[in-house]
Ligand binder design. Structure first.
Ligand code: BES
Ligand code: MN
Ligand code: ZN
Length: 495
């Protein structure tokens, strides 16, 4: 989808659909007023009759509107009072859903009726571009009868003047890049485990790197991981025929900055639980256990597309977790790359076993800080549901920056503590630590496990078990937390 800005007379604007928001200012909004006058007071009459109203997602579509050059006029409720980020994003989603269903190729949109507390026009522009791009997502590869893709390809955002239009244009580009990253991440998540294997993820990463000169990819084989001493990661891949891969993507957006930010994404392409086999019901959803990896790929593609001036390295440990005669047993002791030994009490707590070696490996990049992203614990779904990702960190400033980016993007996080008392639950009688910490506080003890491997740098952990995909009739990947991560990185680049 292409985005640009438009400044000028609204009533003579030739477009297949003109969208105007009806918000707290009512008809006092200059854009709506201009249209109402050209239509000889029709808008005012429709408001009076109650056909145009304030309600979540309320819309009025008027075909061949008299007095306007536009083929259609869509009047869209932006709420009776000023919105917060979340309610505004919901409204923009509803608008994007409607626009991508109409048989139109182009639209011009005035958001002047919107009022969002504490946010200016560039923020609105970014979220509009993002929501329209996300609404165009279509997962089609396996249905014999193809669904029709959205026809909407060109969108103009109406601006009152040329003043301050530079940041609005940048915001449209960023929002569009985020949507493309989100959709890439969703597509990878939605692909089934028999297609999206560790090898598939590594070829995808190589192809992505091929599209950008400042994005490089290397892939470590099992042999190379063995030589590095990644006994913990390799213990997870012991039961499958699929070769494990460690994917490393280096984005160099600013040669003067040196130290990279490192993103580590859990890439379990299918998690059966291994010998500690999961129950059958809903097990198909464990194809989503690589959504951390997918979010790293989506984030890197977004910042490469936008040309963000920052250095970011993505590390993706990719494995399949299966039971077999060669699989790791409960009680087995393995040695991680850090030298710490681990008693594998449950082979279904495999995410931390691959992440710990990836986190040790991340130390080689002398990172300014490290963020790992993982569908790590069912306990996080119980604690936070699907509205916020879990955040745990050994650095308050980093945690606060992530919380703030979550608020800005609507892709929110909620912090949980990493106290020493929880860490004690990982005690093992036979190794340096156990890979599970008992029934209590499962999200925290999983993060404490990772914390044993992140002592040398500033680090944050995002548990996306509840946010990475939707279950039920709307089953599908969400692309979270790509919006959060790109927002966070964009804020870092601006400092
Ligand atoms: N991938 C799962 C976590 C998960 C489960 C995410 C359900 C989303 C929905 C992870 O590998 C896992 O199995 N974790 C176990 C840990 C336990 C054995 C300590 C869990 O959460 O049950
Ligand atoms: Mn598991
Ligand atoms: Zn898992």
């Amino acid at each position: 989808m292409e985005f640009n800005t438009f400044v000028g007379q609204l009533t003579t604007r030739k477009t297949e659909c003109f969208v105007v928001a009806y918000g707290p200012k009512g008809l006092d909004c200059p854009d709506l007023q201009q249209i109402d006058q050209a239509m000889e007071g029709l808008i005012a009459r429709l408001i009076k009759k109650g056909d145009i109203k304030y309600a979540d997602g309320a819309m009025q579509l008027i075909n061949e509107p008299k007095g306007l050059a536009a083929e259609r006029l869509l009047i869209f409720s932006a709420g009776k009072e000023a919105l917060n980020e979340q309610t505004c994003l919901n409204a923009l989603s509803a608008l994007a859903g409607q626009l991508t269903k109409l048989p139109i190729k182009s639209a011009s949109i005035s958001l002047d009726g919107f009022a969002v507390t504490g946010r200016e026009r560039p923020w609105l522009a970014q979220q509009l571009a993002r929501k329209l791009g996300e609404a165009a997502y279509l997962f089609n590869p396996f249905k014999s009868r193809e669904k029709k893709p959205a026809t909407l390809g060109k969108v103009s955002l109406v601006c009152p003047s040329r003043q301050g239009i530079g940041p609005v244009k940048q915001a449209l580009l960023l929002g569009s890049a985020i949507a493309n990253g989100v959709n890439r991440s969703r597509e990878l998540g939605d692909l089934p485990g028999n297609i999206c294997t560790p090898s598939y993820l590594s070829s995808h990463a190589r192809e992505l790197a091929g599209q950008y000169p400042n994005l490089d990819c290397k892939v470590l084989s099992e042999k190379q991981m063995e030589a590095l001493g990644m006994g913990s990661l390799l213990s997870v891949t012991a039961g499958t025929q699929q070769p494990a891969k460690m994917i490393v993507l280096e984005y160099k957006g600013d040669k003067t900055r040196g130290k990279p930010i490192v993103l580590v994404g859990k890439g379990v392409t299918f998690d059966s639980g291994g010998i500690s086999l999961k129950p059958g019901a809903g097990m198909d959803e464990m194809k989503y256990d690589m959504c951390g990896a997918a979010s790293v790929l989506g984030t890197l593609s977004a910042i490469a597309e936008y040309k963000l001036p920052l250095n970011v390295t993505g590390i993706i440990p990719a494995v399949e977790n299966m039971p077999s005669g060669t699989a790791t047993r409960p009680g087995d002791v393995v040695t991680s790359m850090s030298g710490q030994t681990i008693e594998v009490l449950n082979t279904d707590a495999e995410g931390r076993l691959i992440l710990c070696d990836a986190l040790t490996y991340a130390g080689r990049y002398k990172p300014s800080f490290v963020i790992d992203i993982a569908t790590l614990t069912g306990a996080c779904v119980m604690a936070l549901g699907s509205h916020a990702s879990g955040l745990l960190s050994n650095d308050d400033a980093l945690a606060q920056a992530l919380e703030s980016a979550g608020q800005t993007s609507g892709d929110r996080v909620w912090r949980l503590p990493l106290w020493n008392e929880y860490d004690k639950q990982l005690k093992s009688n036979f190794a340096d630590l156990a890979n599970i910490g008992g029934r209590e506080a499962g999200t925290i003890t999983a993060a404490c496990f990772l914390g044993r491997f992140t002592k040398n740098y500033r680090w944050a952990h995002l548990d996306i078990a509840g946010t990475a995909w939707n279950s039920g009739t709307n089953k599908g990947a969400t692309g979270r937390p790509v919006p959060l991560l790109v927002e966070f990185l964009a804020e870092q680049a601006s400092q």
